[in-house]
Design a protein around this ligand. Structure first.
Ligand code: ADP
Length: 387
């Protein structure tokens, strides 16, 4: 067998779908998963169950892998450096990945290279948060743990010194990691600019998308972002390509953006970076010539990248959350019969209320229709529509 072995750290749905994209290429996958039941562990043949925070586990796992890539950003940076020192290609490498792991490092570096960010500063206690607020527009202020947050966990909007005080104890952050304060950006909507970059420096940019959030979690993604001017769309793509290049990213990079409208002038501010396939790129599975997963795999193997262009004028992705009714499969009958063009992607997770268990993609010429079909399917699968 001459086909390379891709080592994937993390057994979530992103690993599952990256594996799926590697199958037509005949690639072999090895997975490091927390449990044998994780989303990707259910489908990958070669699974090592272990803790990614343990260096010896990582070293054992890396044996026989031609390259290591990730489903999440939580592997300690120093372990990645140790793997590199052992001669194992880690993609993205630790020097790039640290910007997706640590929001403080990310803000400092982006500011250095002239990428627009919210006003920010690491804060050491409630008085410091008050000082930060007074230096700008005052409260509210957004506080974030620099590491370990996801889906809005680790993000707080505080309106007073008392509220800020709840995050600190005896001059220390209760979360055990530094706290970053940010001005609360008055944004019009959230966008994402997704790009993929390979070690030999080739890069592709997907159309800029709108990410519609509900309760701090991405609910729906519309590709391309409706009504976005060509100028702003180009700016967002250029910004994401520049970040990928300057930070030395290999693989998929999602740049989450706020679209602002200060004094009637549209603008962009970076929220955060993800260096792996991303929820805002799931639409590409059915809506682009080459999906984010296929291009991520190509990039980590340093193969030429595939065409990122859309296949249809509009593609909409809606996340499917679990509802009170656990038997989602019984909803397939209705969804498939109603919409033969609907694409369902399930992650093999137990259905629990509010848990992200899959997504659907719809595409077509008419945005209102495409959007309605995605909304209907996601709601029906959740069990919130009874027809
Ligand atoms: P996570 O890492 O958990 O995804 P984010 O940094 O993306 O956290 O923040 C989650 C959500 O909080 C964002 O999608 C946005 O809606 C809101 N948010 C984060 N930072 C700011 C900010 N500086 N101003 C306004 N809203 C923000």
């Amino acid at each position: 067998m001459t086909f390379p072995v891709v080592g994937m750290v993390g057994g979530g749905q992103l690993a599952r779908m990256t594996h799926e994209a590697g199958i037509p290429l005949g690639l072999r996958f090895k997975l490091l998963s927390d449990t044998p039941q994780d989303s990707a562990a259910q489908v990958v043949g070669d699974v090592v169950v272990g803790d990614y925070r343990d260096l010896e586990t990582l070293r054992g796992f890396a044996q026989g892998c031609d390259v290591i890539t990730f489903d999440h950003e939580h592997v300690p940076t120093e372990h990645l450096r140790a793997l590199e020192a052992d001669g194992i290609p880690v993609r993205p490498g630790p020097d790039a990945l640290v910007h997706a792991q640590d929001k403080g490092v990310m803000r400092a570096r982006l500011t250095e290279i002239g990428v627009p960010c919210p006003r920010h500063r690491i804060v050491t206690g409630p008085e410091d948060v008050v000082r930060f607020a007074e230096e700008g527009e005052g409260f509210p202020v957004v506080l974030k743990t620099v590491r370990g947050g996801y889906d809005g966990k680790g993000v707080w909007i505080v309106r007073s010194a008392e509220e800020a005080g709840e995050l600190f104890l005896d001059g220390q952050s209760r979360a055990g990691v530094p706290i970053l304060a940010e001005e609360k950006v008055d944004f019009v909507r959230e966008l994402a600019a997704n790009v993929v970059r390979s070690p030999h420096g080739q890069a592709v940019a997907y159309p800029v998308v709108e990410s519609v959030q509900a309760d701090g979690v991405c609910d729906m993604v519309i590709a391309p972002a409706p009504g976005l001017s060509e100028e702003l769309s180009f700016q967002a793509q250029e910004l994401a390509l520049r970040v990928a290049k300057e930070l030395g990213v290999v693989g998929h990079l999602a740049v989450e953006l706020f679209e602002t409208n200060v004094g009637g002038t549209p603008g962009l501010v970076v929220n955060e970076l993800a260096m792996r396939p991303h929820n805002s790129g799931h639409w590409t599975q059915d809506g682009a010539v080459t999906s984010q997963f296929a291009n991520h795999v190509r990039a980590v193997l340093d193969l030429p990248l595939g065409d990122p262009r859309p296949r249809a004028p509009w593609t909409v992705m809606a996340n499917v959350l679990g509802g009170d009714y656990p038997d989602m499969y019984s909803a397939y009958l209705h969804c498939m019969a109603r919409d033969p063009q609907l694409k369902i992607h399930m992650y093999g997770k137990d259905v629990k209320p509010g848990r992200k268990v899959g997504h659907v993609n719809t595409y077509g010429d008419d945005l209102a229709d495409v959007r309605e079909r995605a909304r209907h399917a996601a709601d029906y699968l959740r069990g919130t529509i009874v027809e």
